[in-house]
Design a protein around this ligand. Structure first.
Ligand code: NAD
Length: 354
């Protein structure tokens, strides 16, 4: 199978590229290499003959048309996006431009290519649009309650990020309904694992705790997220792209709900065991003013994906978080060069000059 992966130098895109190349597919990664894109994340596959990389912007119509018609993919898996909620609050323009206009541009390039295929090619081609559960807004309910995001949950995004992703989901679905393009959409919960850019909660906590810096936690840390190990997500995306029903949405989640404060505490405990220090690292936790529009709870019902396509999350959160902490301890070659690119005044999260 010849597969284009957009955003293939990002956190999830690089996990997907490593997975697909390992499965023997011929993969072309297309990525602009913004601050979040890092070719070091695909070092394991960079010399494989079934992997290639193209630095290009999904908003560039000519470049996208050229890339698709040259590579002649059987599948396009679209992950390129601006992905950080905090950045979307302070600068929404890039989110609208890449997530909305970029998705439109890529859909049009894919449509021009797909329209020119013979009937066999048309039938076997697939476009997977990769999105987030944040499009559904916020759930009420307690940790573990059966109020969950389902595929028919109405869209109700809270942040510029989730609104831009919601818009792009609607475009993908409209291109299926209007033009008959073979498109599937996936909406996934929060991912974690190796190669995660250190501005996000889990890697930020690991690296700050390791350095003895404060651990910023929004509000009282009561917000609930449903965590999925990134390699489980990569397997789900492969399956959905290959076997998902056209025009359908599949929710992806690991049934691993946790309060943010419990995630941060768990990381501190794991690190204290692996790299003992005098003061327990939990003492570094600092509660900071809550994020505006902060959704209270996300939790995914993945029944459709599990029943229709036989997918299961394989990693449980406790083992997954241990693996992730160990990965950061053993791979400072990957994250040290990024230091100084995400330290800023607000929470230590905002990139200098970005
Ligand atoms: P990321 O920020 O780590 O990676 C995004 C990649 O897209 C980067 O490599 C970046 O260079 C590239 N990119 C950005 N703008 C581009 C442009 N204009 N043209 C080409 N490339 C561009 O994001 P991620 O966490 O890997 O997320 C990937 C996708 O999965 C996104 O669409 C995101 O909305 C979705 N998603 C993420 C999560 C999560 O927890 N991280 C959960 C569900 C869904």
């Amino acid at each position: 199978m010849k597969i284009i992966v957009t955003g293939g130098a990002g956190f999830i895109g690089s996990a997907l590229v490593r997975h697909l190349v390992g499965e023997g597919h011929v993969v072309q990664s297309i990525d602009l290499l913004t601050y979040a894109g890092n070719l070091a994340s695909v070092k394991l596959v960079e010399n494989k003959s079934n992997y290639s990389f193209l630095q290009a912007d999904i908003r560039d119509a000519a470049a996208m048309k050229q890339a698709v018609s040259t590579f002649q993919p059987d599948r396009i898996m679209h992950l390129a996006a601006e992905s950080h909620v905090d950045r979307s609050i302070t600068g929404a323009a890039d989110f609208i431009s890449t997530n909305v206009v970029g998705t439109f541009t890529l859909l049009e390039a894919a449509r021009a290519y797909w329209s020119g295929l013979d009937s066999h090619g048309k039938d076997s081609f697939r476009f997977l649009h990769v999105s987030t559960d944040e499009v559904y807004g916020s759930l009420g309910g307690e940790l573990g309650s059966d109020e969950l995001f389902r595929e028919d949950t109405p869209y109700d995004p809270s942040s510029p990020y989730s609104a831009s992703k919601a818009a792009s989901d609607h475009l993908a679905k409209a291109w299926h309904r209007t033009y008959g393009m073979p498109i599937v959409v996936s909406n996934c919960s929060n991912n974690y694992g190796p190669y995660h850019f250190p501005e996000k909660l889990i890697p930020l906590t690991i690296l700050n705790a390791l350095a003895g810096r404060e651990l910023p936690v929004y509000g009282k840390g009561e917000n609930i997220r449903d965590w999925l190990y990134v390699e489980d997500h990569a397997r789900a995306l492969d399956l959905i792209a290959a076997k998902g029903r056209l025009g359908e949405t599949y929710n992806v989640g690991g049934r691993n709900e946790r309060r943010n404060i419990d995630v941060v505490r768990r990381i501190c405990t794991v690190l204290d065991e692996l790299v003992p220090v005098e003061q327990p690292r939990e003492e570094l936790i600092r509660f900071v003013t809550d994020r505006p529009g902060h959704d209270a709870r996300y939790a995914i019902d993945a029944t459709k994906l599990e029943n229709e396509l036989g997918w299961r999350a394989l990693e449980n959160f406790d083992t997954g978080i241990e693996k992730t902490v160990k990965w950061y301890l053993e791979n400072d070659w990957w994250w040290r060069p990024l230091q100084g690119t995400y330290d800023g005044e607000r929470l230590g999260l905002v990139a200098v000059g970005a």
